[in-house]
Design a protein. Structure first.
Length: 145
């Protein structure tokens, strides 16, 4: 009588899943067991790789967002500062009257440019009604000064 699922030797489900030649040869059992171990290790490695990749991507995205926020804040502060300086230079209480002449306007702009430091490339005195530069600290722009 050949062994069957209910012959008392156990492994009924396993015997029905594993083909007979593999059940009878130890070398075949070893190869199958090795393949199962390799498959499990590969699956765990793949899952770990994907999780690590997601973690690295999330970390890099977070760092990039923080860096962008810091740069935006710095740029915003710079713009605010430049706006304050621009308003101070343009304040009508301090700037010369247009009738004072080009020399007075040029001197005012030169003084304002020197006070502003290296961050300001040029300061212009513009007639907004005629859209014309009357004076500038940039000699290439025109306006005479």
């Amino acid at each position: 009588m050949s062994p069957g699922p209910d012959d008392g030797r156990g492994g009924g489900l396993l015997q029905s899943l594993v083909p007979g030649p593999i059940r009878r040869h130890n070398a075949a059992k070893f190869v199958v067991a090795l393949l199962v171990v390799v498959a499990v290790v590969a699956a765990v490695g793949l899952v770990t790789y994907v999780q690590i990749q997601d973690t690295i991507r999330d970390d890099a995205t977070s760092k990039l967002e923080r860096s962008a926020e810091m740069q935006a804040a710095t740029a915003g502060e710079w713009v605010d500062g430049m706006g304050t300086r621009t308003a101070a230079v343009a304040d009508s209480r301090h700037r010369p009257d247009p009738d004072a002449g080009q020399g007075a306007i040029a001197a005012y702009l030169q003084n304002a440019s020197q006070r502003s430091g290296d961050r300001v490339l040029a300061i212009h005195y513009v007639d907004t009604e005629q859209s014309q530069v009357l004076a500038s600290t940039d000699p290439d722009l025109g306006g005479g000064h």
